[in-house]
Structure formats: C-alpha cells, structure tokens
Ligand binder design. Structure first.
Ligand code: MG
Length: 381
C-alpha cells in the first residue's frame, strides 16, 4: 500500500490522480490533499476519500474548511508553510506535486529532504531551480518520477536502457490552437481562443502556456534536468495528433517511442505504480481510425517563447527563474485581458535582458529573483 499526498488536488492533474487512486484502492491510500481556493471541491474530496490531512494554501479560507469537516477526524491546516511541513509527515510515500507555478518549489524541496518519492507534475519547479532540485534529490535519495506526458513517455522508453547512450530525445508538441495561424493573426487572438486546446483538457495557466508554446519551452528545460541532457540533445517536434507522446533516439540510431490516446491518467498511474505497469481501462488508440501521424518543425519566429527557453537553458543561472516569473505575470495579465498575446513574449524577453543575472544562484537568490522579476514585469503594463 502506497500512501499518497497530492499538492493541488482540486486542479486538473489532482482530480485525475484521485480517479487513479479510486480505481486502485488495494494499492493506494490518500493521506493528504491540498488546494488553494476551491474550498467546495477540496471539502468534497476530503469527505469522499477521508485523508488524514487537508491543507488549504489560502489562509483566509481555513475556518471555512475546518467547519465543513468538523464532524470528521481529519486534521485541517492552512498556509504555504503548513504545506511545506505536511509533505514531510512520516507515513507519506509519494508526493504528487500538481499545484500551479512557482508555489511548487518550496514543498518539493521539503519533500525531497524527507526522502519522499516525487511524482512531478509541477514542471515550474525544475524550470526555476533544476540544478538545486537535482542535487538535493541525489543527496537525499529521493526519486523524481515524471507525470508530464512527454517526460513520462521518455521515461518509459528508457526502461531497461540504463547503460544505453542517448543521442537525443524528440519531444513532441501538439502546436496548440494557433499552430496554423500567421504571425499577423496572432496579434489579435483572445484569451478565450487560447483556452480552447485541440487535444488536452487542462487548467487555464498551462493551456495558455501551450498556446504560446511556453509550455514546450518549460518541458525542454524539465527534460534537461530529468534526463541529464544538454541543449543539442533535445529536439522539439510538432505532432498535432498528440498520439506519439515523445521519443528517444539512441547512439545506434534506434528510436523508441511511447504512444497512446491523449489521457493524463496513464502517465499519472505509471508514476504511482512505477516500476510496475498495471491494468487500466484508459482509452485505446485504434490505428485503423488514426488516419495519419504527422511531424513538423516548430516555428520559432512565431512562437518566440520556445526560443527564449532554449536561450535560458543554455545560459543557466537564474535566467530560467526570470523566464518563469515573467511568464506567470504575463499569463495572468493576458487572461485578465490587460495585454495582448504577442505582448506576453515581448515582456518576457525584456525581463530576461533587464533583471540581474546570477550565474550560481542559491535558494535565496531564486526567491529574490522571482520576487524582483514579478515586480519588474508588473510595472511594464
Ligand atoms: Mg506535457
């Protein structure tokens, strides 16, 4: 029996993780859940799964959650510090990091320090502080298992290949809703249009990141750290059908790919059951109905964020942290219709040039960089 903590249980990955747990009650026990603002769903999940602990990040909502669970023997906490403490609780085996953005960094660090297995869905953690996280994971012997579908695909391709030399990985991208739009047409696209992803049902932030290809940029950086690769070994391929979830090309030229219907529950389940692969009734691919699988180069002139991510990864230091903080601010502003789609890239580029570069950042430097960048970008519009 594996005991699971889900950080961000009310989000898209969180709710799908609960479905996987529900399907396998003999394997998994839900020990703790956390949410940010969605009290109704958090309470509903707590009443259904009866975890030991529920934590609401937004402290002003503590009493509301506490009152709603008063009749049950569930411990209720609130605040970011409580989440960072909670992940270290002794009975927890796996921490699923499914919250959005920079907020994932501190609890992930604490969970690693406690030697927990990390099922990593919060890619921003590795984007912001990949080197620090990987050093800590090694020091505390904490496995980091990918939940992101592309990285799970690569991880699955690498099973049994621990001595095989990787030539490169081919990270697939759907291309998002604006793949076929001209640069001119991108000037006037709205948040509503951007929120309609062709293949994947996801939260608002990652859906905008997918439309701008920032998500793929983050995944490039995530892959670097998860699999110990350099920039030349990571190639992004646009594959609009989202059936090939990614591929690995080995030193002899052989290519392994992992395929499947676009459904996050498979990579979630694989991370939770690893190294086992267990039965599931997830949707199957029918190749007689899948008329074609196509691949094309990403357009870096049109989707500049992807280029910024490669630049940030190559230069390293706190530059990926600046990239992430700037992106979080501009995505929020775009969703609030305060800036245009293309302005997002302009502001990110400006922040990357202007916020002070630190070559060897400490944890405190990351915290400071994140704060400074958010202020800097917020003052530009
Ligand atoms: Mg992905």
């Amino acid at each position: 029996m594996k005991r699971i903590a889900i950080l961000g249980s009310t989000g898209s990955i969180g709710t799908q993780t609960l479905e996987v747990i529900k399907q396998n009650p003999e394997r998994f026990e839900l020990y703790a859940i956390t949410g940010n603002n969605n009290v109704d769903l958090l309470v509903k999940q707590a009443r259904e799964f009866l975890p030991e602990v529920v934590c609401v990040a937004n402290e002003s909502l503590y009493q509301q959650v506490k009152d709603a669970l008063n009749d049950l023997p569930i411990k209720v906490f609130s605040g970011k510090e409580s989440i960072a403490e909670m992940v270290q609780m002794q009975p927890i085996d796996i921490v699923v990091t499914a919250m959005v953005g920079y907020a994932g960094l501190l609890p992930t660090i604490r969970a690693i320090e406690a030697g927990k297995t990390i099922a990593l869905a919060n890619k921003e953690t590795l984007v912001v502080a990949g080197e620090l996280i990987c050093d800590l994971a090694q020091k505390y012997n904490a496995p980091i298992l990918p939940v992101d579908s592309e990285h799970s695909a690569i991880f699955q391709c690498l099973a049994g290949e621990c001595n095989s030399k990787i030539e490169k990985i081919l990270l697939t991208a759907s291309g998002g809703p604006f793949r076929t739009f001209s640069f001119d047409a991108l000037k006037s696209v709205t948040a509503k249009q951007a929120l309609k992803h062709p293949n994947w049902e996801m939260g608002a932030k990652i859906t905008i990141d997918s439309a701008s290809m920032m998500n793929k940029g983050f995944e490039v950086i995530e892959a670097k750290w998860l699999f110990g690769l350099n920039a030349e070994q990571i190639e992004v391929l646009v594959h609009p059908q989202s059936i090939v979830h990614s591929m690995v090309q080995f030193a002899d030229g052989a290519i392994k790919a992992q395929l499947g219907a676009p459904d996050m529950k498979l990579p979630i389940q694989y991370a939770l059951t690893y190294p086992e692969r267990i039965e599931a009734d997830f949707p199957r691919v029918d190749f007689t109905k899948t008329t074609q699988l196509t691949f094309e180069k990403p357009d870096l002139q049109k989707f500049r964020n992807l280029q910024f991510a490669f630049d940030a990864m190559k230069k390293g230091g706190n530059l990926p942290c600046i990239l992430n903080a700037a992106n979080e601010v501009v995505v929020k502003a775009f969703l609030e219709e305060r800036i245009s789609f293309l302005q997002m890239s302009e502001l990110i580029e400006f922040a990357m040039r202007k916020v002070e570069f630190i070559a060897q950042p400490t944890y405190e430097d990351y915290v400071e960089t994140d704060k400074k960048t958010r202020i800097f970008v917020s003052e530009l519009f």
